[in-house]
Design a protein around this ligand. Structure first.
Ligand SMILES: [Zn+2]
Length: 282
């Protein structure tokens, strides 16, 4: 009696464990960003690796990036952006994304505005700026915002580099972010200029990051000659108001763009009246 009961318990335990494990991706074995080498989603074997016993042969070369197992947040099958990057949140909610920081002057101002308006956003960080201002990474995370890797030095051509170089750049940037805040979760990657390539998207995915394009781009970084600050702000506001819709990801910049903050003082209340504003989910 006692023996059979304990046997039953063991059997049930094993069954539950199997269900639990099967329900998650194989990458679950290594629950951290650092363990990427061991992850089965690695596409290209390290140059020196000897043939290892393969757990399961998978047709990885024909598998679209968004179906590859990883910790990367899932936004639904419809991607819409270049090379399988996402341009919508996957829900009706709208997401504000701010790129190229952290900026020692503008990022704290933007964080203050977002806090006043009770809005969370997503910040796409450049590794070099993270290294210079790690305290701002902690401030962003502490404010309840989410993070996106925007490469180490904002290379517009990184997508054309060899896969190993791409991987090293993205990993270096993630390492700097985690160095600044070990609690940080980096769920997203955005190619500078939106110049996504399949190689970039796949590499980001293998590092647990979903590739983030955008639906609305008010080109807030562009300051045509003769455009006054007021005209610039109005252009940003009108462009967002005109093009935003359910699920839109909006691109703007906190780095070195004080007019963007001024524009969002007007835009955030307008947007909040019509949409739920969310940080990209992690
Ligand atoms: Zn950028």
């Amino acid at each position: 009696m006692r023996l059979s009961r304990s046997k039953k318990a063991v059997l049930m335990g094993t069954a539950l464990l199997t269900i639990g494990v099967a329900g998650r991706a194989a990458a679950q074995e290594v629950p951290h960003h650092h363990a990427t080498r061991a992850a089965p989603i690695f596409k290209t074997p390290p140059p020196s690796s000897k043939p290892k016993p393969k757990p399961k042969p998978k047709p990885t070369h024909t598998t679209p990036a968004h179906t590859v197992a990883s910790h990367a947040p899932k936004l639904g099958k419809k991607t819409g952006g270049p090379a399988g990057s996402h341009l919508s949140t996957g829900t009706r909610s709208v997401a504000l994304t701010f790129d190229d920081g952290p900026d020692p002057v503008q990022t704290p101002r933007m964080l203050k505005l977002l806090a006043q308006q009770h809005v969370h956003a997503t910040f796409c960080l450049v590794g070099e700026n993270v290294q210079r201002h790690p305290e701002l990474v902690r401030k962003i995370v502490a404010g309840g915002h989410t993070l996106c890797n925007h490469t180490w030095s904002h290379s517009l051509t990184i997508g054309k580099k060899p896969a190993a170089e791409i991987r090293a750049d993205l990993q270096r940037t993630n390492d700097a972010i985690l160095n600044a805040d070990p609690k940080a979760k980096i769920g997203y990657f955005r190619a500078p200029g939106g110049n996504f390539t399949p190689s970039l998207v796949t590499t980001a995915q293998s590092l647990g990051m979903t590739s983030l394009y955008w639906k609305v781009d008010p080109r807030d970084w562009e300051h045509p000659q003769g455009e006054s600050d007021a005209a610039h702000q109005t252009r940003v506001i009108r462009t967002v108001e005109k093009h935003v819709g359910k699920g839109a990801i909006i691109l703007s910049h906190d780095y070195n763009q004080p007019d963007t903050i001024a524009a969002y003082r007007t835009l955030i209340p307008w947007l909040r009246h019509r949409y739920q504003l969310v940080a990209m989910p992690i």
